[in-house]
Ligand binder design. Structure first.
Ligand SMILES: C[S@@+](CC[C@H](N)C(=O)[O-])C[C@H]1O[C@@H](n2cnc3c(N)ncnc32)[C@H](O)[C@@H]1O
Length: 236
């Protein structure tokens, strides 16, 4: 088992700012473009929460691909994207063509600048794993969700089958860090942090338990990519 990397906030923030210019390219390369389809599937779910109106939050929005998928799935809903990396946010803002329905704020997911129950739907894609206090982050997302609203979490996960685990190990611990060094030249070794943090991430059932402990009900999940990606949902 690889060593569990530090999620110290200043380090995580610097790491994402460092890789921001190559972030979208690396996502496309690592997933053969599939990452958009996973966000679209999650955004379709979130759009159901917004059918009767209300605002959506995309926390840890990064370069805003999840916020953009939401905008497509729920064209009438105002969307707020938050992130603590100004460099990631700047790239995200640049993709929204000045559309006034999508706004952004620099904010830590552990201390969101919104009132209780402000949102009908909250999404977070490959973000919560990087938040220093996972339970604290989930509780904060629960706080800003309206009662009956839902949280949608996309995360990487380790496949269940022996063959899937072997493939995942070879790919994530071998190829991904190499691709990262080749293309992103991260000084924080972000693409070796990524696989190491995924191997220490709780399996979907455990994460579902944590969501329940943090104030969510009707918690469920579905997987994509042979179990390499999981979409968790829970109702506030
Ligand atoms: C892997 S990227 C995911 C970006 C985007 N959600 C996506 O789907 O591609 C993780 C993002 O989470 C942000 N992040 C990590 N911890 C955070 C925190 N505590 N508060 C706010 N943003 C955070 C990072 O700055 C980074 O932009």
């Amino acid at each position: 088992m690889p060593e569990n990397p530090s999620r110290e906030p200043a380090r995580v923030q610097a790491m994402f700012s460092d890789i921001s210019p190559h972030y979208d390219f690396m996502n496309g390369l690592m997933t053969a473009g599939r990452h958009h389809a996973w966000r679209r599937a999650a955004a379709r779910e979130a759009a159901r929460d917004l059918a009767g109106g209300g605002v959506a939050l995309d926390a840890c929005t990064g370069t805003a691909d999840f916020a953009l998928a939401l905008r497509q799935a729920a064209p009438d809903a105002p969307i707020v994207g938050t992130d603590f990396s100004g460099d990631m946010l700047r790239l995200g803002k640049g993709k929204t063509d000045g559309d006034a329905r999508t706004t952004f704020a620099r904010a830590d997911t552990l201390r969101l600048p919104f009132r209780e129950g402000a949102f009908r739907a909250v999404t977070i894609g490959w973000g919560i794993r990087n938040v220093a206090d996972t339970a604290g982050g989930l509780r904060e997302l629960a706080r800003v969700l309206a009662h009956g609203g839902r949280l949608h979490v996309l995360e990487s996960s380790v496949p269940r089958s022996a063959l899937g685990r072997l493939g995942f190990r070879l790919y994530f611990l071998g190829l991904v860090p190499w691709l990262g060094r080749l293309f992103s030249r991260s000084t924080h070794d972000a693409y070796s942090y990524l696989p190491r943090s995924v191997f220490h991430w709780p399996p979907p059932e455990k994460f579902a338990d944590l969501m329940r402990d943090c104030g969510f009900r009707d918690v469920g999940f579905r997987t994509f990519a042979f179990g390499g990606v999981t979409l968790h949902t829970g109702t506030r």
